[in-house]
Design a binder for this molecule. Sequence first.
Ligand code: LLP
Length: 387
Amino acid sequence: MRDLSAYKNAFCTLETPFYFYDTELLSRTIEEVLRASGKYGIDVHYAVKANVEERLLRMISSAGLGADAVSGNEVSRAVECGFPKNKVVFAGVGKTDREIRAALGIEAFNVESLQELEVIDSIAAAAGITADVSLRINPGVDAHTHKFITTGLEANKFGLVPEEFQPAADAFKRLRNVRFTGLHFHVGSQITDIQEVFSQECARANEIAGFFESQGLEIEHIDLGGGLGVDYLTPDRNPVPDFELWFRTIAQNMPRRPGMRLLAEPGRSIVAQCGSLVTKVLYVKERKAKTFVVVDAGMNNLVRPALYGAYHRIDHLAGSAPARKYDIVGPVCESSDVWGTDRELPACTRGDLLAIRSAGAYGSVMSSTYNLRDKAPAFFSEDFLDI
Ligand code: LLP
């Protein structure tokens, strides 16, 4: 893993803005996921929604991870990029009939409502097969994260709530073309209170598993979703998130039945830190109260700051000591197109390159062509080995 400033001369020849992925860091991250998950016996499914870049997906699939998809297109993308279909799980509150039909044969549908269970049963019956399904449970656990990325509270649209457990268990006794395989939970994303949140999730999962077992349903796997947070403030200090702590917390808090598998479905923690959005300074606007640095990357390329008020570190690729405070802004005609306020950076001049860090997850996938602006292309560190 090289410092980004090492690529400065190569970057100068490219049109900005662009995403840059450090594939060496991704390899290190995957190795750590494999090590820690192997140690604690946890099966990992990469949440494809975080980044769908083919080269990254191929690196992840070839390491043997499964995939977690939330749309029919994500299921096909995962399969095209090397994930075996029977290692793909499919969640989402609004699966269409067409998506369900095309996905038959996957490892499990994570079913989010009683009605969806009936629909999957009838589509599987028409195809003459049995679909493996797992019930997505809304565990009522607070992930202590941003309100837009919390998923496990009753106020959220996801999963089944307690009054639906008995009807769901009864449905499996009646329906012929769905097979119950387990339970799926998800509490939220960018979780930093690992021990507190996951120990609570495991306790709820254990309780709820007990209910379904009492109904004669065997639990083959429990998927403990909820995403390990990454260090957006100081990415160079923690380039590889603490998978050891996360998987150990799950393993220590989730009592396992014999033969039962535990699954986790990280997206952000695998790909966030390997990606940066590289942008060029267009203009420096000096005002009495503050100085704006206008760059050529906009909220259409990475919407997290505008949408969630998310913090992304910004590095000046000339790399000298901080000299000034700037508001770094994008070119889009929206006041929320701001990358950071009062950021200390070396003096910025037209043509300088800046890197918006930790942009590998929920960056490119959430980009748009708003203002008819171009999407940012992707480049990979392994293609710059000769610099
Ligand atoms: N599985 C399910 C069912 C999910 O809903 C999510 C994320 C994940 C796995 C992956 O979670 P992760 O490991 O990435 O935390 N766009 C937002 C994040 C939305 C996450 C939604 N679900 C952001 O930019 O922060």
